[in-house]
Write a protein that binds this ligand. Structure first.
Ligand code: MG
Length: 381
């Protein structure tokens, strides 16, 4: 029986993780959860699971404790995520948070010797070096919950890292892949949120449409599989059926395919080495054809910019991520147009210097400073 701490339990990935946990009650048990404000949904989860601890915004403490006085409550404002991640060493941490807010929990869980199932790719974007160092000192495993990386992990089973020639991950191109740059000026939030293939929360569809999601995923692959950036590539693949490929030195290429269903990488991460039965079978003939094309670097101009930042590494990745998170939030709140996301990111990267000697304190302080800068810059214009 695997006991699971689920951070971001009410989000898109968190909800799909709960579905899988509930599908296999003899294998998985929910130990604790975090959510920010969805108190109704949290109470509903608590009514179905024998949960030991909850982390939420402090304002919900009374409501939760009145209904469930035996549950330990951690306030998010008082380090609740860290406390949860550092506690219960026999559990595994499923990090389904969105944004760099997930970094500290990832690090604390690794320090506590727990395996981390990571859907929070921003942890690796802003803290890849810190996580790599922490893993060296710990017995923890870091398991990706991202369709492309879960695919690569399957392809690499039984092979040594030295056998890898190149890793390829696929990109759907997002909701605006058939629009020209000029047409992007007029797109709406609703257009952006209707992703052609995947069911996701609100941030990743926007990151997919700007191709920033793929930049982050190449960074994620770089740290997860310990391969240099010039051995990792992304290609456009509209059908999202092939999720990742590994080219081996001997000329063999292994590709992973499956439906666009996040519950498969979720189950893969949760199950460990013992394969469980997924409820539905994949039908390849339903897809007919598979297309692959290079990413249009002019059309998706944030891709090259992002990769240049990734290659330099250091604090610039924190700048890139925080500027992106704030620009996407402002777009979703209706304060910015879609094309302004790129403008804000460029301007913010120009404003801050890089620094390759990272500490957690430096990363967190810089993350806050960049967010302040983005909001101040927006007010000035
Ligand atoms: Mg992905």
């Amino acid at each position: 029986m695997r006991e699971i701490q689920l951070l971001g339990a009410t989000g898109s990935i968190g909800s799909q993780a709960l579905e899988i946990i509930e599908e296999f009650p003899a294998k998985f048990k929910l130990h604790s959860i975090s959510a920010r404000h969805s108190v109704k949904r949290v109470l509903e989860i608590l009514s179905r699971h024998d949960v030991e601890a909850v982390a939420m915004a402090k304002e919900h403490e009374e409501t939760v404790q009145r209904a469930y006085p035996d549950i330990t409550f951690h306030a998010l404002e008082e380090g609740g995520l860290e406390q949860l991640a550092a506690s219960a060493p026999s559990t595994v941490l499923f990090n389904a948070l969105v944004g760099s807010v997930g970094l500290v929990a990832t690090l604390r869980a690794i320090e506590a010797g727990k395996d981390v199932l990571l859907a929070n790719k921003e942890s690796l974007v802003v803290g890849g070096e810190l996580i790599k160092e922490a893993l060296k000192r710990s017995s923890s495993d870091l398991i990706p919950v991202d369709s492309e990386h879960a695919a690569i992990r399957e392809c690499l089973k039984g092979s040594s890292p030295e056998a890898i020639e190149k890793i390829v991950i696929t990109a759907s191109g997002g909701s605006f892949r058939d629009l020209s740059k000029a047409e992007l000026e007029h797109v709406t939030i609703e257009d952006a949120l209707s992703h052609p293939n995947w069911s996701m929360g609100s941030k990743i569809p926007i990151d997919s449409a700007t191709m920033m999601n793929k930049v982050f995923e190449l960074v994620e692959a770089h740290y997860l599989f310990d391969v240099p950036y010039d051995s990792i590539e992304a290609v456009l693949h509209r059908q999202s059926v092939v999720h990742g490929l590994v080219h081996f030195k001997d000329g063999n290429v292994l590709a992973h395919l499956g439906p666009s269903d996040m519950r498969i990488p979720i189950l893969s991460a949760l199950q460990g080495s013992q394969r469980q039965r997924f409820p539905t079978l994949f039908d390849l003939t339903a897809h007919g054809r598979l297309d692959f094309e290079p990413i249009d670097r002019e059309r998706f101009s944030l891709f090259d910019l992002g990769m240049a930042v990734a290659n330099k590494g250091g604090l610039h990745l924190v700048t890139l991520n925080a500027a992106n998170e704030e620009a996407v939030r402002l777009f979703l709140e209706g304060h910015l147009g879609f094309v302004d996301i790129e403008r804000i990111i460029k301007r913010t990267l120009d404003h801050f210097d890089n620094d390759n000697h990272l500490t957690l304190e430096k990363v967190l302080a810089h993350d806050r400073e960049v967010r302040r800068y983005v909001h101040a810059a927006l007010l000035k214009q």
